[in-house]
Ligand binder design. Structure first.
Ligand code: ADP
Ligand code: MG
Length: 556
């Protein structure tokens, strides 16, 4: 529980600084033993969150902070004084090769730039805006992740990019930093029109991208916006003009609606990012994405697509809309993050799944915060009612809940007020919850991609995470793609040999699984008698409420 409290704090990876300030340190009443226990936990958390190697670079960070102050002082110093620019960490092709071998990074295409070795490399090589750089450092983004090292120079050299990197590996900043820098570099007239556009498949993810954009553009004169329902209404009613914005983050449908009504002009877009690109090129979204692309008519537009899973078909589509793109793949294409411990559990039948959860609780393997994925809204709701009965601190998010309700549940989950979040694939993509310990696939996901994204809600930013996938007799075919992902990510001990022998899939079968939901028995282990009693109780409460209301009305 203590770990949960610590890790679920805040929305960013604010390592040791946040951990110590947010976490209630032992009071004088607490015993020495408790104090030690908490110190150990803090130490453990710090260790877990050191994926980005900030501890190792603390002294360097200090140097950067000092440099910032010096720079600031120098601004007021007489002109003519030279600024000291640190030499880049990686300069030669040999350096790049070593870096790529070490970080399992593959880049293909013509004229590949050398990656950056640190955020400071951006000063000398790309004259990065100092405020943007200090915003990064102030928010504890000290060292770039591998995908950031590769994609920042590629974008800043004006190249189109297809980027595939594991879930939780920092793709958002990998596209935001160069996008912002490019826009800041080129001066344009006021109300020139929107220059940067980021498309995301869900509103939750758009909000998150926007928040990260706010962080890095703090103190800069950039007009940024998320295309919320309210903003869309204001634009459609001519209360606000879209041309005042420099960068917009949006989901496709809302954007198209405003574009079609002629209130957003995409013809000036210089930088276009399609996040979770495979989703946005998949059926359901492809038409909308295509329509957006057709409006982005600026001949010098630069495009990037990002995802943790980019199938060849999507790459082909990307090539058809891009100019000479570079392709970056970090780790194995479509493998899950190697910080996730994956496991397949055979539960026999549907009932076995609830029993498996209860067994996990008994064996202390059910450590919050936890996200549970199901295949449909009906099933998510049913499991929610079952777990409420178990007195777990649960809530549920699915497409039938209002944006406000969804926002509220996410906030409470992040705060630690909710321990178990039940959901559908609506939350499978991009959303960054700190410190989720466990993802349970209550129902087997319908493709390898869906699996990678669902379990990618844990093991983010280098922290360790666990993913358990339940399966029944009905799923013997659907688990094959999952076993492949597990093998690719080095989780060979997460499944038994006999599971591997279950049906090999033909292309047709794969497609069938992807498009047809498996028919499952209803979720419930609660005996009928108890259900009837619950219903009676609910009816009594409702009747009593009605009576009170009637009495109140009579009195009035
Ligand atoms: P992805 O899009 O690859 O799934 P995100 O962009 O959501 O991953 O990043 C995952 C987490 O890592 C976020 O909490 C983000 O703030 C954090 N993060 C990203 N880059 C860095 C960095 N260079 N240093 C520290 N934390 C980072
Ligand atoms: Mg992302």
């Amino acid at each position: 529980m203590d770990i949960f409290r610590i890790l679920s704090r805040g929305a960013s990876l604010k390592k040791s600084k946040d951990v110590t300030t947010d976490y209630a340190l032992p009071t004088s009443k607490q015993t020495q033993k408790q104090k030690h226990k908490q110190e150990n936990l803090l130490h453990q958390v710090e260790k877990e969150t050191d994926f980005f190697h900030t501890k190792k670079h603390e002294s360097k960070n200090q140097k950067v902070d000092n440099k910032q102050t010096e720079d600031h002082e120098e601004e007021e110093a007489p002109k003519g004084e030279e600024e000291e620019i640190p030499p880049p960490e990686l300069t030669t092709e040999e350096d790049a090769k070593k870096f790529r071998n070490l970080h399992k990074s593959k880049v293909t295409g013509e004229d590949i730039p050398i990656p950056i070795g640190s955020f400071q490399d951006m000063i000398g090589r790309f004259s990065i805006d100092k405020k943007v750089l200090s915003n990064l450092i102030d928010n504890d983004f000290i060292e770039p992740t591998t995908i950031q090292c590769e994609s920042i120079p590629i974008t800043l050299e004006g190249r189109d990019l297809i980027a595939c990197a594991p879930t939780g590996s920092g793709k958002t900043l990998a596209f935001l930093i160069p996008l912002v820098q490019q826009i800041l570099t080129k001066q344009v007239a006021k109300n020139h029109g929107i220059r940067g556009l980021i498309i995301s498949p869900t509103n939750e993810l758009a909000v998150q991208i926007f928040q990260e954009l706010e962080v890095i553009t703090r103190g800069k004169k950039l007009n940024i916006a998320i295309l919320s329902k309210q903003l869309a209404n204001k634009l459609n009613n001519n209360i606000i003009k879209a041309s005042k914005y420099d960068i917009i983050v949006s989901t496709p449908l809302r954007l198209i609606d405003v574009v079609k009504q002629g209130h957003i002009d995409l013809s000036k877009i210089e930088q276009l990012v399609i996040d979770e690109a495979d989703k946005l090129f998949d059926h359901g979204f492809a038409e909308q994405t295509d329509e957006i692309l057709s409006h982005c008519s600026n001949p010098s537009i630069r495009k990037s697509i990002f995802s943790a899973t980019i199938p060849s078909s999507v790459e082909e589509m990307a090539h058809s809309i891009m100019k000479d793109p570079l392709r970056v793949i970090i780790g194995h294409k479509e493998a899950a993050s190697n910080t996730i411990d994956q496991k397949l559990v055979f539960t026999g039948n549907e009932q076995g799944k609830l029993l498996a959860i209860r067994q996990m609780i008994q064996e202390a393997q059910f450590k919050p915060p936890i996200i549970i994925f199901l295949q449909s809204i009906t099933r998510a709701k049913a499991l929610f009612h079952e777990l409420l009965y178990d007195r777990l601190n649960v809530d549920v998010i699915h497409a039938e809940r209002t944006p406000k309700q969804r926002e509220e549940v996410i906030k409470r989950f992040k705060n630690g007020d909710i321990w178990v979040l039940i959901t559908t694939d609506v939350l499978a993509r991009g959303v960054d919850f700190k410190g989720v310990n466990l993802v349970i696939n209550y129902d087997v996901p319908q493709s390898a991609q869906a699996y990678v994204h669902r379990i990618g809600r844990t093991g983010r930013g280098g922290k360790a995470g666990k993913a358990v996938t339940f399966f029944t007799k009905e799923d013997d075919k659907a688990i094959k793609p999952i076993i492949n992902v597990m093998k690719q990510s080095g989780c060979d001990d997460g499944f038994s040999e006999w599971m591997e022998d279950l049906g090999k899939l033909s292309k047709k079968e794969k497609k069938q699984i992807k498009t047809n939901e498996i028919q499952r028995k209803k979720i419930s282990t609660v005996p009928k008698v108890i259900k009837q009693k619950r219903k009676q109780k609910q009816d009594m409460i409702a009747a009593s409420k009605r009576r009170k209301q009637e009495e109140a009305e009579e009195e009035n």
